[in-house]
Design a protein around this ligand. Structure first.
Ligand code: NDP
Length: 484
């Protein structure tokens, strides 16, 4: 045990053991082995972090924007220079292919800091000249101390997506990464201190959602909660934080539809649909898990898609040729498998995949699963309606555009959607009619950090990204000035 790293809390600029003195095991999903421990913190650690953040807030808020932005830029550069170290750590912690962490997760974390370092220098507030002698202008003050709670699927990517705008806007942060994947947030906290972030401005408290997450959501010092995670957790957070009048941004689950029309560019669509179904083992909130294919190309698509899904290389995340790594935990692996059993009982046919994979060598005890493609599920059944969050995609046949849009909208979720068509008219029409926070047309996961990001219905409340994030992390105050 002593040789294993222990991921400690980071409070007031230094690492700190949890008040409880307890630790949880951290597993490497690819091997199923414990490789580290993480602080099992509780409300006492959250209280210490809030105290440190509150103390640091006046100076951080008063720091000239340009100087704050320069610190965030330095964090971005330092992270970039250690990209490989962070990518290795992310892959070990999550089971994702290191090639993915190298190409997506860590570069995006770098961009999050760089983007908001720039954005805050262009952020402006409104002025409303009411009449010749009355002027209204809006001040945007930082909120003070905010809480950021993030999930395990894209640990550093989503952690930084929250803390970068919060810090840029002049807030101090108490953050909780998922205790399932605590590595890179801990490494980042240290790197932030090296980059000149003053003590107390960013505090990281590890532990469970119930112990630490709820303590953050209910602590009186915390003025806002930015949360990304499951819909049930989001509902719980809203139920404890809303009566305390905290600002809330909730980025929740999805059951995203992909609508493929007969006239789609078949090759581009096939390649991208493979990615949108199975990237990161399907553990991305934006993955398309319900694939609606128009009658004319359904059989051709099904044959090709199954062939390509079967050919995906599942194995050691450290192997450069691996396309699918391990699922994040034994519990999640079991949950995805039980959903496949449920799908069979609900009338689905598994066209390929779903079986446990046992790679040779060091990964023999890892949590691997062959990417699964299903068809024949009624659309109203649980496995068509509920998020599985794994390498599982379901095919549905449709005839008309209206039918496709109706089915696509027929879930409690509304996060992302994808449309494949060569018809510009149809693209606009369908995009406007889909109930989702984002619609990609003839692409997937093309991201511009300036655009509003978030979901409708049970996929969330509020938007992140660009000005939306900076507005969330600031309080508008109108000043009405009557000139004499
Ligand atoms: P969870 O909702 O289980 O957890 C997310 C975070 O919230 C974790 O840090 C968790 O801690 C914490 N948490 C759990 N319970 C509470 C609570 N009562 N109060 C405060 N915090 C709590 O999600 P997962 O980690 O399982 O992530 C997967 C989910 O995230 C999927 O549903 C996915 O769709 C969604 N997601 C949404 C995205 C979006 O942008 N809309 C992006 C990425 C993922 P702990 O680890 O202890 O449970």
């Amino acid at each position: 045990m002593s040789e294993q790293p222990a991921f400690l809390n980071f409070i007031n600029g230094s690492f700190a053991a949890p008040a409880s003195g307890g630790y949880f095991a951290v597993h490497e999903p690819a091997t199923g082995q414990i490789y580290a421990t993480v602080a099992a913190s509780d409300s006492r650690d959250v209280a210490r972090a809030c105290e440190a953040a509150e103390k640091a807030a006046p100076a951080w808020c008063a720091m000239p924007t340009e100087k704050r932005a320069a610190i965030l830029d330095t964090i971005a550069s330092k992270l970039e220079s250690q990209l490989e170290r962070f990518a290795q750590a992310e892959s070990k912690d999550t089971g994702k292919p290191v090639s993915l962490a190298r190409a997506v997760d860590i570069p995006r974390a770098v961009s999050n800091f760089r983007f908001f370092a720039g954005a805050i220098q262009h952020f402006a507030s409104e002025c409303h000249p009411t009449s010749s002698d009355v002027l209204n202008y809006t001040l945007r003050h930082p909120l003070g101390v905010v809480g950021c709670i993030s999930p395990w699927n894209l640990p550093l990517y989503l952690f930084t997506w929250k803390i970068a705008p919060a810090l840029a806007a002049g807030n101090c942060v108490v953050a909780k990464p998922s205790e399932v994947t605590p590595a890179t947030a801990t490494m980042l906290a240290e790197l932030c201190a090296e980059a000149g972030l003053p003590p107390g401005v960013l505090n990281v408290v590890h532990g469970t959602g119930l112990e630490v997450g709820e303590a953050i959501c209910t602590h009186p010092t915390i003025k806002a909660i930015s949360f990304t995670g499951g819909t049930k957790t989001g509902a719980r957070i809203a139920s404890v934080a809303a009566p305390l009048f905290k600002k809330l941004s909730l980025e929740l689950g999805g059951k995203n539809p992909v609508l493929i029309f007969d006239d789609a560019d078949f090759d581009a669509m096939l390649a991208t649909t493979l990615r949108s179904s199975f990237s990161n083992q399907g553990e991305i909130c934006l993955c398309g898990s319900r694939i609606f294919v128009q009658d004319g190309i359904y059989d051709h698509f099904k044959a090709e898609f199954v062939k390509r899904a079967k050919a995906l290389r599942v194995g050691d995340p450290l192997d450069a040729s691996t396309e699918q790594g391990a699922l994040v935990s034994e519990q999640h692996h079991a949950k995805v498998r039980s959903n496949l059993d449920l799908a069979r009982n609900e009338g689905g046919t598994i066209l390929c995949g779903g079986e446990v994979i046992t790679p040779p060598g060091r990964c023999a005890k890892g949590w691997f699963l062959a990417p699964a493609v299903m068809e024949g599920l009624p659309h109203a059944c649980r496995t068509s309606q509920e998020e599985i969050f794994g390498p599982v995609a379901s095919l549905y046949r449709f005839k008309t555009e209206e039918e496709a849009v109706t089915l696509a909208n027929d879930t409690p979720y509304g996060l992302a959607s994808v449309v494949w068509t060569r018809s510009l008219d149809r693209a606009h029409r369908v995009a406007a009619n889909l109930h989702a926070g984002i619609t990609w047309v003839n692409c997937w996961m093309v991201r511009d950090l300036r655009t509003p990001f978030g979901g409708v219905k049970q996929s969330g409340v509020g938007r992140e990204g660009g000005w939306e994030a900076l507005r969330f992390f600031t309080e508008p105050k109108n000043v009405c000035l009557k000139l004499s």
